[in-house]
Design a protein. Structure first.
Length: 309
């Protein structure tokens, strides 16, 4: 993972700052604790170095404005792949907590304040009656190995609310600066061929690679693909600020561009016929399964010979 470029105006010159290394993890923890919005979402810290039932320590626990718990794991240098398993373990423990448990954690963290008062001050709204302990997971590190980023991306595609934030520290003339960015894996052989500077390429690749090998149908209507994408996007975005989902037209255009690279699917107009005669398990993910038996000529994606190999 490359460094985040940060520049400083110094008199009449622009100076590129170099990342500073060696910041102690506890120092980073304190700095994020003081203003967790640097992580891209407004949060109320409710616990620090929280001991789990397995005697492990969660760096930071927080609530968002919907009273959903966020688990934050910090790494001072490059985040190894093992951190993904680590935060999933913390997430499993968090999901077993009750609302009363969350109140107890906050009381140990801040004995002189009530959680209701702190929540109202943080979000200008009353505290919900129940806390959502199905957590959002957040890994923060100076850099991420490609394998770590790919694992996070895969889990996002499976609907796990997990993010990786690259947070780098810079110093200049006694001042300390931070730069934060949500990470995505370095491009693989397919993604590297996609148009550069396309903000949706990474997301569309993650969506399509999640499902393309799971389709039973050899022809998938564009309307069904868009419904599946909206379902995936909603689950992936739970508790995480993201851009709105693409329209069907924009999604189809992006997938056609991707298809010209992979050559596993092609966009056509066809009568589905036997290409959709088998049972498609992915229809169970959607509230209303598409009525396919009476479909006439329709546009969609057909699996090619390469896609069957």
């Amino acid at each position: 993972m490359t460094a985040i470029a940060l520049w400083c105006a110094d008199g009449g010159q622009l100076l590129q700052l170099q990342p500073a290394s060696g910041i102690p993890e506890l120092t980073l923890e304190s700095q994020i604790e003081s203003n967790p919005s640097i992580l891209g979402v407004q949060l109320l810290i409710i616990g620090r170095q929280v001991v789990t039932s397995h005697s492990k320590r969660v760096d930071l626990l927080a609530l968002d404005e919907f009273a959903r718990v966020h688990v934050i794991e910090l790494k001072r240098d490059e985040a190894p792949r093992t951190v993904v398993a680590q935060i999933l373990e913390y997430g499993a423990w968090t999901s077993s907590l009750s609302t009363r448990d969350v109140y107890r954690i906050f009381t140990r963290y801040s004995p002189t304040r009530s959680l209701e008062t702190a929540f109202r001050r943080a979000f200008s709204r009353p505290m919900p009656a129940e806390v959502e302990t199905d957590p959002a997971l957040l890994i923060v590190a100076d850099a991420f190995l490609r394998d770590t980023s790919l694992a996070v991306n895969y889990l996002q595609g499976q609907g796990v609310a997990i993010r990786a934030v690259q947070l780098q520290r810079y110093t200049h003339r006694g001042m300390v600066f931070f730069a934060a960015a949500q990470t995505s894996p370095d491009p693989g052989p397919v993604e590297a061929q996609l148009p550069p500077h396309d903000p949706v390429s990474s997301e569309i690749s993650a969506f399509w690679h999640t499902y393309e090998h799971r389709f039973v149908w050899d022809f998938v209507p564009a309307t069904f693909v868009h419904d599946l994408y909206q379902h995936w996007h909603e689950r992936r975005s739970a508790g995480i600020p993201r851009t709105p989902p693409l329209t069907q037209w924009a999604l189809t255009r992006a997938l056609r561009r991707l298809g010209r690279v992979t050559k596993a699917w092609t966009y056509i107009q066809a009568r589905p016929g036997t290409m959709m005669s088998a049972y498609e398990p992915l229809t169970e993910l959607l509230p209303e399964a598409p009525a396919v038996l009476h479909l006439g000529p329709t546009r969609g994606f057909r699996r090619t010979r390469k896609g069957r190999s």
